[in-house]
Design a protein around this ligand. Structure first.
Ligand code: GLU
Length: 305
C-alpha cells in the first residue's frame, strides 16, 4: 500500500503547477505549494501514509462536517434543518446571492459559508468560548488526538479580513436566520476553520464517518448512525464546492475539501482518507489532492456508485 501511495503522489505532482494557493486569507498565502501528502486509516486499524502527510495545515471548510454534527446533537435534525437547507447551490462557497433571491431566506446547505455560520450559531454553551471549547473537544475525540489546537495566526488573519463572512452573518441576522451576537458567532466559525490538522487527523474524521459515527480506537458511539449518514450525503452533494457532481462521477467517494488544501474522504465501511496539497484549482479544491483521490479510487475500486 505504501508503494502505491508513493507512486500516486509522484504521478500527480505535476498538477501542483496548475493550481494556486488560496491567498484571500493572507496567512494561507504563505503555504508551501510544493507539498503533497496522503494518509489512509482503514477499518482494521491500519494507517498508511506517504509524502508530506505530517505537514500541519488549517482544516478550513472540512470543519463544517463536525460543527454540523454538534449542532444536530444539540438541537435535533429538525430544528437545524429549519434554519439551513439540504440542497446544492451551484454558486461559490462564499456567495450571498441566494440568501436574498430564494425565499424564505435560509442558506441552501450547511457546507457553504452562510450555512456553516448558521450552524455555528446553533451550538450550545454559555458564551462563544465555551461553545467553541465543546466543538474542539468533539474534534479531538473524533480525530483521537488531544493535541489539536487553533492556529492563532490563521484565525486572526481570517478574523481581521473575513468581511464577506461578516456580511453573510449580518444579513442572516437581519432576516432572522441567526440570533444573538454576530461577532461571537463568527468567532466560533473562524476558530473552527483555523484548527490545525495533518493528513492523519482528517483521515480519522473520514474513518469515523465510514464507521457510521463510532470512534474506531475506543469503540465509542459519538453520533447516531443517521447523523453520520446525513454528513456523508452532504459530502457527496456539496462537499467539493461546485465540482461536487463531477467529483462524484470521477471519484465516487463522499469527500469534503477546504481552502487550506485538505480533502477528507470517507469510504463507507472501509476507510477514511486524508490528502493535503495547498495549490487549489479554480473551484477551490486541492488540485493534486483531487488527482490523488481519483487514482486511489481507481486502483482500490473505492467508488460506491
Ligand atoms: N475559512 C474559510 C472561509 O470562510 C473557509 C472556506 C473553505 O475552506 O471553503 O472563507
Amino acid at each position: 500500500m505504501k508503494d502505491l501511495l508513493d507512486e500516486i503522489i509522484e504521478k500527480n505532482r505535476y498538477l501542483i503547477n496548475k493550481g494556486k494557493v488560496a491567498s484571500y486569507i493572507p496567512a494561507l498565502g504563505r503555504a508551501n505549494p510544493d507539498q503533497i501528502g496522503v494518509c489512509i486509516a482503514d477499518m482494521e486499524g491500519n494507517i498508511f501514509a506517504a509524502g508530506d502527510y505530517k505537514q500541519k495545515f488549517t482544516i478550513q471548510s472540512i470543519s463544517k462536517t463536525i460543527s454540523l454534527m454538534l449542532a444536530i446533537m444539540d438541537n435535533g435534525a429538525e430544528e437545524v434543518f429549519s434554519k439551513v437547507g439540504m440542497e446544492p447551490t451551484g454558486d461559490a462557497f462564499n456567495s450571498i446571492i441566494k440568501l436574498e433571491t430564494i425565499l424564505p431566506s435560509k442558506p441552501l446547505n450547511p457546507m457553504i459559508n452562510a450555512g456553516a455560520i448558521a450552524v455555528a450559531s446553533l451550538i450550545k454553551g454559555e458564551d462563544p468560548e465555551s461553545k467553541f471549547d465543546r466543538l474542539l473537544a468533539l474534534f479531538r475525540k473524533i480525530c483521537h488526538n488531544e493535541d489539536l489546537q487553533v492556529n492563532e495566526e490563521v484565525y486572526l488573519s481570517e478574523k481581521s479580513t473575513g468581511n464577506r463572512n461578516r456580511a453573510l452573518a449580518y444579513f442572516m441576522k437581519d432576516v432572522g436566520v441567526i440570533h444573538g451576537e454576530v461577532e461571537g458567532i463568527l468567532d466560533i466559525y473562524f476558530k473552527q476553520c483555523s484548527i490545525e490538522v495533518d493528513c492523519i487527523d482528517i483521515a480519522k474524521i473520514g474513518l469515523f464517518l465510514a464507521n457510521n459515527g463510532v470512534v474506531l480506537e475506543t469503540g465509542e458511539r459519538v453520533v447516531e448512525e443517521q447523523v453520520a449518514k446525513t454528513i456523508k450525503t452532504f459530502m457527496v452533494t456539496c462537499g467539493m464546492y461546485n465540482a461536487s457532481g463531477e467529483f462524484a462521477i470521477n471519484v465516487g467517494i463522499p469527500a469534503k475539501s477546504g481552502v487550506g488544501g485538505g480533502i477528507m474522504a470517507a469510504v463507507p465501511r472501509r476507510m477514511g482518507i486524508g490528502v493535503f496539497s495547498p495549490a487549489l484549482d479554480e473551484k477551490g479544491n486541492s488540485i493534486a489532492g483531487y488527482g490523488v483521490l481519483k487514482d486511489l479510487s481507481k486502483e482500490l475500486d473505492l467508488s460506491f456508485f
